[in-house]
Design a binder for this molecule. Structure first.
Ligand code: NAD
Length: 297
């Protein structure tokens, strides 16, 4: 069944997600703060809107793919012209941004007062997964809201997982990305040591990929240029998942560790490395560029 969809936030992830919704036959009206991003989406077949309010006119489903909890809150609830006031009761609102669980819960509570169905649905799988329509969605919300969101999410992803009530999707996502940061840091460290000791990074990646050190980074996201096609390392670390967004996710993970009294020494070490890389001026590069922090200058 097709639905009128409003999609807000057309960055590295939003663009390919919109492309897949259009391919599935949905009319999609789009908005982003950056006009170039709207133009790119319009070339894919989306209808351009001049504001978020215009984008949601007649929408039965609203999807957001923004960077931070502050952006999500300002758009829907706390800003000058809260978008929730412009949505018809019964509208399904899916926030795919990775944000803090508290903001997700507060947004869900506000949605309920407007008669809207809200789910937090952060994603895993990166830009390559978004392009291929193979993302994993990690959903927080009631069972009924999860069932309602599932058919739309299936058109952008392969695995749609229910983590629990509102905010649970964000907690699971923060746990996952802390582990991903640790994997990326460890994989960069190991590859760099092998290269400095005379190994070919392709051969070393193949060996570790067939051995007990294998992980998602080695399988899908190798940080050494020339080892894999179509990953950010093959494109000067452009596109992909920005270092500043990984730093944001590690801040979210550290907060969860603190709130729950959970030790997070590995996450804290990864956070220190990504923060160093960020302040060295690499905040907008893909997070696999962390390799360059280890390389001899
Ligand atoms: P991005 O920076 O490329 O895009 C975000 C877009 O949101 C930008 O184009 C920005 O202009 C727009 N935006 C911000 N506030 C807005 C507003 N109020 N109205 C309209 N547009 C607004 O980020 P991204 O890489 O697409 O990531 C989006 C989210 O997904 C982040 O929370 C990130 O942590 C998460 N995520 C990213 C990846 C990845 O590989 N890039 C993977 C999984 C999850």
């Amino acid at each position: 069944m097709t639905a009128n969809i409003a999609f807000i936030g057309l960055g590295n992830m939003g663009q390919p997600m919109v492309a897949n919704l259009i391919k599935a036959g949905h009319p999609v009206r789009v908005y982003d703060l950056q006009p170039e991003a709207i133009d790119r989406a319009a070339k894919l077949g989306a209808m351009a809107a001049k504001s978020a309010v215009e984008a949601v006119q007649q929408a039965g489903v609203v999807i957001t793919m923004l960077q931070t909890g502050h952006q999500v809150d300002s758009l829907y609830v706390g800003g000058a012209d809260p978008l929730f006031r412009h949505l018809a009761a019964g509208t399904l609102v899916i926030d795919c941004s990775t944000i803090d669980a508290a903001t997700a819960r507060a947004t869900a509570a506000q949605a309920m007062t407007h008669g809207l169905d809200f789910v937090d649905a952060p994603v895993s799988g990166g830009v390559v997964g978004a392009e291929a329509g193979t993302l994993t969605f990690i959903v927080g919300g009631s069972a009924a809201q999860f069932s309602r969101a599932q058919p739309v999410l299936s058109q952008m992803g392969q695995k749609i997982l229910h983590a629990g009530e509102h905010g649970a999707g964000q907690i699971a996502k923060a746990c996952n990305n802390m582990l991903l940061a640790v994997q990326m840091a460890g994989t960069c460290e190991a590859l760099n040591m092998g290269i400095n000791n005379g190994l070919d990074p392709r051969v070393l990646s193949e060996i570790m990929g067939q051995s007990s050190g294998n992980n998602w980074v080695l399988e899908r996201y190798n940080p050494v240029p020339g080892v894999m096609d179509k990953v950010p390392a093959a494109q000067g670390y452009s596109g992909g998942f920005k270092v500043k967004l990984m730093c944001k996710d590690l801040d979210l993970a550290m907060d969860l560790g603190k709130i729950s009294g959970s030790p997070v020494p590995m996450g804290a070490a990864a956070k220190a490395l990504f923060n160093l890389h960020q302040v060295a001026g690499h905040e907008d590069l893909d997070f696999s560029s962390l390799l360059t922090l280890f390389q001899k200058k």
